[in-house]
Design a protein around this ligand. Structure first.
Ligand code: ISL
Ligand code: CA
Length: 538
């Protein structure tokens, strides 16, 4: 086995700053709040924090619309707070990676303000056209907006307040490199690169439609994008001890391989989406139908084909994993632990999203007025145009809204879940009374303590970090795999059903399980997960 890099041994924890911890009672999470929870994170055993955007932003898309890449959003704190966070994290052996949004800026960024006025050198920083083509936005509708000042249309693959940068312009690359250096020099350990594989648009002819978006053949994983990634590496990244993980939309394993091939020097890892599509909504009455068999197939494919995966079940864009993959579970905590066992032991670097470690569930929103996500509101508008009735529209949004995972972190069962002393920016889930950090800390069988155990267990076992992945053949409702390194083998079994299922238990010594007692009759109980060592050298 080749020597593993530090970030391959690491476990990453994603913080969505708005929803993590509010230190000053304004209802919005902030950097000082994050600092106050560093001991909690150290105790959990994670080594890296991925910080969703904290840059200055008008907040049309909660910080993914950046108006200044080298300044901090005042509601999150100051640059001094940020420096303090980096220093305090370092003291605890925790590195920080930042979210890098290079596809677009805010329309309030100085570059755009000047660009629409035709002021050099900014004039060609964005994509200006006299006539729009057929590209559509990931947030629904045309991806072009007419600008009165410029008297031209500009491209926005996301919200109209997120104009796309023109990556055909070498000055844009220079600006990006300055931003990378600025943060790396501050001691940042790398970047999660937002929608990185769509930054380069090959040309502006009409494109084809795939996955609800038109133009994908013109901008998904184009050669120009590969070249830019290699440049960023050569010019900047390779001079620092850092890593990158790309958020890569609509990639298949072949594309992912090209983007994170160690030989090519582009990205270190990518987030694929294929496994998140295993519960896709059917057109009939908008019912989500999750099939463990599908998840198994997709996971196994990525595990086999990609040398090093960025493994995740949750982030700030996805509904909570227990709510989607274990909908029917009568004991959601048990199911959350089962998902944890599945995730943490896969080959690759595990990414945990805030709240996942206590088994948080989808937001308990009652109607659209409780939802803030810009994407959900756009979806609702589109569905209205298509004459969908209100209840159907709500059904769709309730299941898919990105706000499902953005509800404030549940620190305690007390007032405002211990998240804020004021009024939280987004509705706090009423189930914080049952699901919260405080009560789980002291409970040896809590989801939180199971995560801790899993992370610690992986850390000390090379086979679970770098060992090869092999799928174990099972029935449709069980996902099981081996991790093999030399003569050390671990087997992980996860039962996605509420019924007991037989498994080949001979020669296995169970090391960890999400039940209090161990399985005895060669059957996995409802939502049971076990991590076992093979002792018979099979
Ligand atoms: O989350 C999605 C569907 O619900 C995607 O369309 C999502 O917008 C896409 O994965 C890109 O996500 C990233 O870039 C967006 C930002 O809104 C997301 O929060 C971010 O993760 C634009 O910057
Ligand atoms: Ca605050």
């Amino acid at each position: 086995m080749v020597e593993l890099k530090w970030w391959q041994k690491a476990v990453v924890y994603q913080i969505y700053p708005r929803s993590f911890c509010d230190s000053n009672g304004d209802g919005i999470g902030d950097i000082v709040g994050i600092i106050s929870k560093l001991d909690y994170l150290k105790d959990l055993g994670i080594n890296v924090i991925w910080l969703s955007p904290v840059y200055r932003s008008p907040n049309d898309d909660n910080g993914y619309d950046i108006s200044d890449y080298t300044d901090i959003q005042p509601e999150f704190g100051t640059m001094a707070d940020m420096d303090e966070l980096i220093a305090q994290a370092k003291k605890r052996g925790i590195k920080i990676i930042m979210d890098l949004v290079l596809n677009h800026t805010s329309d309030e960024h100085e570059w755009f303000v000047k660009s629409r006025e035709g002021i050099e050198p900014y004039k060609d920083y964005y994509i200006w056209k006299d006539e729009p083509n057929n590209f559509t936005s990931f947030f629904t509708g045309s991806a072009w907006k007419y600008d009165e000042k410029a008297k031209k249309y500009y491209l926005h693959l996301f919200s109209p307040k997120q104009p796309d940068l023109n990556w055909h312009n070498p000055l844009v690359l220079e600006e990006a490199e300055k931003i990378l250096r600025f943060w790396l020099d501050k001691g940042i350990a790398g970047f999660r690169c937002d929608v990185i594989n769509v930054i380069y648009k090959e040309d502006y002819g009409n494109g084809i439609k795939r996955g609800g978006v038109t133009g994908v053949d013109k901008f998904v994983s184009k050669e120009g994008c590969h070249e830019i990634l290699r440049r960023l590496n050569r010019d900047v990244l390779k001079n620092y001890d850092c890593f990158t993980v790309g958020e890569t939309v609509m990639v298949n394993t072949d594309m992912a391989k090209d983007l994170c091939d160690p030989e090519r020097g582009e990205l270190d890892m990518v987030f694929g989406f294929e496994h998140m599509e295993t519960d896709q909504i059917s057109n009939k009455w908008f019912k989500t139908k999750f099939k463990p068999r599908k998840l198994k197939k997709v996971l196994a494919k990525w595990q086999k084909e990609i040398y090093w995966n960025a493994n995740y079940f949750e982030n700030h864009d996805q509904p909570r994993s227990v709510s989607r993959f274990c909908k029917g579970a009568s004991n959601p905590a048990l199911a959350a632990k089962m998902l944890a066992a599945l995730l943490i032991n896969l080959k690759g670097t595990p990414f945990i999203y805030e709240g996942q470690e206590i088994g948080m569930t989808n937001g308990d929103f009652k109607n659209l007025s409780e939802i803030q996500d810009v994407e959900s509101h756009n979806v609702d508008k589109l569905a209205q145009k298509l004459h969908f009735c209100k209840s159907l529209r709500w059904k769709l949004i309730r299941q898919t809204s990105r706000d499902n995972a953005r509800t404030p972190m549940q620190w305690s069962g007390g007032e405002n879940a211990g998240f804020t002393s004021g009024k939280a920016w987004l509705k706090i889930n009423a189930n914080h009374k049952e699901i919260n950090v405080e009560s789980q800390c002291g409970d040896p069988h809590s989801v939180l303590n199971f995560y801790k155990r899993l992370i610690a267990f992986r850390k000390d076992r090379d086979a679970l970090v770098g060992g090869e992945f092999e799928l174990i053949k099972t029935g449709a409702k069980v996902i099981a795999y081996k991790r093999v390194l030399k003569n050390e083998t671990y087997e992980i079994y996860c039962n996605f059903s509420s019924k007991p299922v037989k498994y080949a238990s001979n020669g296995l010594e169970v090391a960890l399980s999400n039940y209090i007692d161990l399985p005895t009759d060669g059957r996995l109980r409802a939502y049971e997960a076990i991590i076992a060592r093979r002792t018979d050298k099979a």
